[in-house]
Ligand binder design. Structure first.
Ligand SMILES: *Cc1c(COP(=O)(O)O)cnc(C)c1O
Length: 407
């Protein structure tokens, strides 16, 4: 609609688009397309768009250019430097969701049918475990939680349960940083026609590229290191199979309405620009903090993959580029020591979540994992004095000084 050289009523001017803005300009950064719908010049153009809705811009719950740009950047990061069977650069496809849980639930809804089973390990992200216990059973999907570090036992479970259609991993997992042998498990799964999905939130593609190790799907909570600044909730599902993503995963976005919004996608897109720099600093700071804690007399144990004493240090070296920004440690004084410590930190922030520029500390036994029975907590290595720490990108001396004082 042209708005020049005509006079319209006040209410019409309130509503209409403005003419006379330059058409041919090139913003240096990605704009936020904060619109719900997209217009067509002609009916023919509209018909073409509806013939190929996956690759057209019609309605933002379906597709949006800001969201698409962030999806492409993340998929390209997961594929960076990898090749396919024919030695061509690996092509991956991504979709963003309203949250990490949106992406995780869409993977299960998209990839599985009633009667299928998922095989997973313990100590998964709390929301995922709740989804397994409360939502998936209603859809007729059963989850087997087993010790996937024992490969012989895993093979036996797979042989005994032909209904297993998806192997689901989180490596490293939280808060004890357990790693699973992604390549060996993916190879075993392939022999039985089982698909493999992994939550790569804690590593990001900078530290670990699971597609190199044979997985079919990667999910992320982009809320964490990928956004990096704690400014938005978001999730992503990345796959090799464009059909899966554009049919089954897209259906959950379109029909269950778990789409990302343009502003959060824009924050993610900008956050990813500094991912490499931030991750380098997260890793080097975490290594120094872990070594400091390891030497401290009030600390019984430090769980950090960069310490040679961590049981998965060697495995992590084979599948990760560095050891990440996440660690946990056990205070010798138990529950009360944990509470006293968190009440004493000043520089570090007392909060759940992880992957923000600032250092976050939390106490799983009284917070994120309070819902688990003491037995389950013990099984997952979450003792009452365990502190989880997401080491930020500040000057490491200030983090260590704060810990020294709080301890
Ligand atoms: C935070 C988190 C999730 C859930 O992500 P949301 O964005 O909060 O929905 C899933 N997996 C891991 C490993 C997480 O840290």
């Amino acid at each position: 609609m042209s708005t020049s050289n005509k006079s319209y009523g006040f209410g019409s001017v309130c509503v209409m688009e403005m003419d006379g803005l330059p058409k041919n300009f090139h913003p240096h950064g990605l704009p936020i397309y904060a619109n719900s719908t997209f217009s067509f010049e002609t009916v023919e153009e509209g018909v073409e768009a509806f013939k190929d809705p996956k690759n057209s811009y019609i309605y933002t719950r379906w597709n949006n250019p800001t969201i698409a740009a962030a999806e492409r950047k993340l998929a390209q990061l997961e594929a960076n430097g990898l090749t396919d069977k024919n030695n061509e650069p690996l092509k991956l496809y991504g979709r963003l969701f309203s949250s990490g849980m949106g992406a995780i639930s869409s993977l299960f809804i998209g990839a599985l049918d009633k009667g299928d089973k998922i095989l997973a390990h313990g100590s998964l992200y709390g929301g995922t475990e709740e989804l397994f216990n409360s939502v998936l059973p209603k859809m007729g999907i059963e989850v087997l939680i087993r010790d996937l570090k024992d490969l012989d036992e895993t093979e036996k479970i797979i042989n005994d349960n032909p209904e297993i259609k998806l192997l689901y991993l989180e490596s490293p997992s939280n808060p004890t940083l357990d790693c699973y042998d992604i390549q060996a498990l993916a190879k075993m799964a392939k022999l039985h026609d089982i698909q493999v999905g992994i939550d790569n939130t804690v590593s990001t593609p900078y530290l670990q590229q699971p597609f190199r190790l044979g997985v079919d799907y990667v999910v992320h909570s982009t809320t964490k290191f990928l956004n990096g600044h704690g400014t938005a909730i978001g999730g992503a599902l990345i796959a090799k199979d464009a059909d899966f993503l554009e049919k089954k995963a897209w259906d959950t976005i379109k029909l269950l309405g778990s789409n990302c919004n343009a502003f959060d996608a824009w924050l993610l897109y900008n956050g990813m620009m500094t991912l490499e720099l931030r991750m380098e600093r997260h890793c080097s700071n975490a290594q120094k903090v872990a070594e400091f804690l390891d030497d401290h007399k009030k600390v019984n144990k430090v769980n950090y993959l960069g310490l040679p004493a961590h049981p998965d240090h060697e495995l992590a070296k084979t599948q990760m580029n560095a050891f990440g920004g996440l660690l946990s440690f056990e205070l010798s004084g138990g529950m009360q020591a944990g509470i006293d410590f968190l009440n004493s930190v000043e520089f570090c922030t007392f909060a759940v979540s992880l992957g923000t520029a600032s250092t976050l500390v939390s106490h799983p036994a009284s917070m994120t994992h309070m819902g688990l029975s003491p037995d389950k907590r013990a099984e997952y290595g979450i003792n009452d004095g365990l502190i989880r720490m997401s080491v930020g990108i500040e000057n490491v001396e200030d983090i260590i000084e704060d810990l020294k004082n709080a301890l």
